[in-house]
Design a protein around this ligand. Structure first.
Ligand code: AMP
Ligand code: ZN
Ligand code: FE
Ligand code: FE
Length: 283
């Protein structure tokens, strides 16, 4: 039986693994396919595609867009996206600029609290275009200004703590449209984490293709609940570990995986989206 882990982060967002490490772990876990889904980034896709090809693992180009609906944060996964799509790249570049400005603002707030961290230290450590709070937390620990990542979040970075800065997010409907115009399949990530069942009908209306039923933080009951919703709304089913490498304890790659038939359904949907997009792309 073939399996796939469809939710992985690399050091191109807030994961710690290099593409070659992801590919090697995937091979060791006997995964037939993996998808890279870095936050607001597709930067790691070309290198991960090459590493996977060398390791004999199928690679699916993906991303995890940060979005919001009715003031709650939602994550939308895009699968089989065209990594060169100019509109996607332009929009992602804007998200990344917003993320970088937010880091500067969080650091300014820390400095006002007499915590002597520099934005440059965070950017150097993050070494990617899509930095976020985990990188600020790691920089605080590295500079010995906090003793642990947990302490950094608890004291400074959690929502409504003194260095927390809200993040501008595109709407969920815009994220779905952006994924579709990049020929990708749009999937709602870990709905069990966001308690967002009430938004699902409007996302389906906007063209949502699938729902991530299997996830590290979903209990069996939660997964079953979303399998039922997927059935009711005629949505594709996906799943993955949401592995961030070594940054959140033990590496999770391969601990949540879905039968390969779900990859085949995703691929078929991607082909339909691409075919539907073609006439519009012609002058
Ligand atoms: P951001 O997108 O910059 O707001 O950061 C979100 C990331 O921070 C997610 O990957 C979360 O897993 C992580 N995060 C949020 N809260 C905490 C926390 N209390 N401890 C550790 N990581 C957290
Ligand atoms: Zn993350
Ligand atoms: Fe997420
Ligand atoms: Fe994720």
């Amino acid at each position: 039986m073939k399996f796939a882990d469809l939710h992985l982060h690399s050091h191109f967002s807030d994961g710690t693994y290099l593409p070659a490490e992801l590919a090697a772990h995937a091979q060791r876990c006997r995964l037939a396919a993996i998808a890279l889904t870095d936050h607001d980034s597709v930067e790691g896709c070309p290198e991960t595609a090459l590493a996977c090809a060398a390791a004999g693992v199928e690679f699916i180009a993906g991303t995890e867009l940060t979005a919001e609906q009715d003031e709650s944060e939602l994550h939308l996964l895009g699968y089989f996206i065209d990594m060169q799509n100019p509109t996607l790249l332009t929009r992602i570049a804007r998200c990344q600029a917003v993320r970088q400005d937010r880091i500067r603002e969080m650091v300014a707030r820390l400095n006002r609290l007499k915590v002597p961290l520099s934005a440059e230290a965070v950017f150097a450590l993050a070494n990617c275009q899509a930095p976020g709070r985990p990188h600020v937390a790691r920089a605080l620990v590295k500079a010995k200004l906090c003793s642990s990542l947990d302490e950094a979040f608890e004291r400074f970075l959690k929502r409504n703590r003194p260095a927390w800065v809200p993040k501008f997010k595109m709407s969920a409907v815009e994220a779905i449209g952006l994924i579709h115009q990049a020929e990708g399949v749009a999937v709602l990530a870990h709905p069990g984490l966001n308690r967002t069942d009430d938004v699902i009908p409007s996302l389906v209306e906007a063209g949502l293709d699938g729902i991530e039923c299997f996830h590290t933080k979903h209990s069996t009951a939660t997964s079953e609940h979303y399998l039922e919703l997927a059935d009711r709304f005629d949505l594709l089913v996906t799943g993955g570990s949401d592995c961030h490498g070594l940054s959140k304890g033990k590496p999770l790659i391969g601990t949540v995986k879905v039968p390969y038939q779900h990859v085949e359904k995703l691929r078929a949907r991607a082909a339909e989206i691409k075919a539907a997009a073609l006439p519009r792309a012609r002058p």
